[in-house]
Design a protein. Structure first.
Length: 128
């Protein structure tokens, strides 16, 4: 029962990540890339995240594989949490608690799936 909940939660988190990254990417005002380099880099990062999630879905996640990629994406989303925590100290802007909650949920969902899936992996190469 726990595995079904973790797997279902993970699938919801994958599609929230894909759709959220695509939505932010489409609505993002990149401005002049020569003036503001960081906006262009964040657009590239979102496009890369969306691409990796889609590729992982079609190659691994549908067959309950890809725990390593889920762990890598969990670490990447953890970077978003750290960035949200440091934004007030660096720029003086207010922190957005909604973004912090969403990034935390997505990161924990990916990490739980990775930890749950590694338990199910074969113990040796002979068991393949």
């Amino acid at each position: 029962m726990t595995g079904v909940l973790i797997r279902g939660n993970f699938r919801v988190a994958v599609w929230i990540t894909i759709l959220g990254a695509a939505l932010v990417l489409v609505t993002m005002d990149t401005g002049d890339p020569d003036v503001d380099v960081f906006r262009g880099r964040s657009a590239l990062g979102l496009a890369t995240l969306c691409m990796f999630q889609l590729m992982s879905w079609f190659w691994w996640y549908r067959r309950d594989e890809g725990q390593g990629m889920a762990a890598v994406i969990a670490l990447g989303l953890l970077g978003g949490i750290v960035a949200q925590l440091l934004v007030p100290q660096v720029t003086g802007e207010r922190m957005n608690p909604g973004v912090l909650v969403v990034f935390s949920y997505l990161s924990v969902s990916h990490a739980l799936y990775a930890a749950w899936g590694w338990r199910l992996r074969p113990r040796s190469a002979l068991e393949l």
